[in-house]
Ligand binder design. Structure first.
Ligand code: DTR
Ligand code: ZN
Ligand code: ZN
Length: 434
């Protein structure tokens, strides 16, 4: 990440917060004690959909239970999650004489006795690629999970994600999952959020009328962006949330409509036409062009809002400190920049949004100095830029939003003297992961 222009204005204040970086801009205000959910990149969601479309094309045109396109879809989602630090497991079951698969992904951390789970069925019908049904929910839940990892989110509750097999054959995979979840484990799941068809080409904005807290969380999101919602009535119990509800787990979810026709009142409310919400429902035209990007975008952001809001927050209590106290001389101008390095190891995921950077520089004229933090990938975060005039020494702790950086690796403190006469040295450089 590049240094943002607004830093110049901030430089010199005693505790710098190096500001919100692109892609990590809070989309919604956070309730007390919670972190605002980041914006979900609809471009990334669409890329996952494109990949699922390619998987279907390369495997006989569908991603249905028992067909090669289904297993390829599981492998694709699993690889993405494994790469960013999820603990994944593939659960096998047999239905209609063929093997089916559920994919479960746990984000390490959070209270194991309070689990917030989000899921989507990953299978299509045999007639097509299943982009709205249910590439849309699968891709959005995947991107929400990847965003959890990228932002280094450490919620107080435990986050789990699921992709279900054989939903189209009667919620088979999700039933198998809950039936094989021991009673004690079921009671730890404090909420299950289901996403099945959230990018319908002629969309409505439907919220499941189930657990009141979950329902209200979604409604709050949509009212915040000025989009009216209605209660989902096109077949209660017709998707995987029913499997969870049946064993007493609180459920909720979003839906943009299937074969039902949009009423004229709904057209006035949401736009579109008085035709089916999804005229390609369960047919071969449920392709990439059967997606309304605005609906997909809004629902993806609503998913993140709900996950963040319902899981609460706490900053990662790693308490890890990495320090280098070796002295590094800073030559007088014109002299080269010098660096002190600390090697960060054993921190999962990204650095926090409140990385604490301890700087201890002994110098007779701090107005000569430019001091930067350099992330392992070379991104530069300016900490000090010649302010403070003839005062001596920089002994200060800076707070840096480093949430777009992978935590582990070699971090450097760089100092350069760019005015002649005075000299000094880096006395210490310390990174604290809260
Ligand atoms: N079960 C979905 C379609 C569907 C129909 N009604 C609803 C209501 C809520 C979610 C989904 C649905 C399918 O996979 O075909
Ligand atoms: Zn579906
Ligand atoms: Zn379906």
């Amino acid at each position: 990440m590049k240094l943002s222009a607004r830093l110049a204005a901030l430089a010199g204040s005693s505790a710098l917060v190096i500001g919100a970086l692109a892609g990590a801009v809070p989309a919604t205000a956070a309730p007390a004690g919670a972190t605002a959910a980041p914006d979900i990149s609809v471009a990334n969601v669409k890329q996952h959909l494109t990949d699922l479309s390619t998987i279907a094309a390369n495997n006989g045109g569908n991603r249905a239970h028992g067909r090669p396109g289904y297993k390829a879809s599981i492998d694709f989602v699993k690889a993405k999650l494994d790469a960013v630090g999820f603990t994944t497991s593939v659960q096998q079951f047999t239905y209609n004489g063929t093997t089916g698969y559920n994919l479960i992904a746990d984000w390490p951390g959070g209270d194991p006795n309070q689990v917030i789970m989000s899921g989507a069925h990953l299978d299509s019908v045999t007639s097509g690629a299943g982009m709205n049904d249910n590439g849309s929910g699968s891709a959005a839940v995947l991107e929400a999970a990847l965003t959890v990892a990228r932002s280094g989110y450490q919620p107080s509750k435990h986050l789990r994600f699921g992709w279900w097999g054989a939903e189209e054959l009667g919620l088979v995979g999700s039933k198998y999952y809950v039936n094989n979840l021991p009673t004690a484990e079921r009671s730890k799941v404090k909420g299950y959020l289901n996403f099945d068809m959230i990018g319908s080409p002629n969309p409505g904005y439907f919220v499941y009328d189930d657990d009141p807290t979950i329902e209200q969380t979604f409604k709050t999101y949509f009212s915040g962006i000025g989009v009216p919602t209605e209660i989902e009535t096109e077949g209660d119990g017709r998707s995987d949330h029913a499997s969870f509800k049946n064993v007493g787990i609180p459920v909720g979810g979003l839906f943009t409509g299937a074969s039902r026709v949009k009423s004229s009142a709904q057209v006035s409310k949401w736009g579109g036409t008085a035709t089916a919400f999804d005229r390609c429902y369960h047919s071969s035209c449920d392709t990439l062009s059967n997606i309304n990007d605005t609906a997909l975008d809004r629902n993806s952001d609503a998913i993140a809002h709900a996950i963040w809001t319902l899981s609460g927050t706490s900053t990662p209590p790693t308490g890890k400190v990495f320090e280098n106290t070796a002295d590094v001389a800073i030559p007088d101008s014109p002299g080269a920049a010098v660096t002190s390095t600390v090697n960060v190891t054993g921190v999962t995921g990204n650095a926090p949004s409140n990385l604490s950077v301890g700087v201890d520089i002994v110098h007779t004229y701090k107005g000569d100095l430019v001091v930067d933090l350099i992330a392992p990938d070379g991104s530069v975060y300016n900490l000090h830029n010649r302010t403070g005039g003839s005062a001596d020494n920089i002994v200060q702790t800076y707070t840096v939003n480093a949430s777009s950086e992978v935590a582990n690796g070699a971090w450097k403190l760089r100092a350069q003297d760019i005015a002649s006469a005075d000299t000094g040295y880096i006395n210490g450089f310390k990174l604290t992961f809260p």
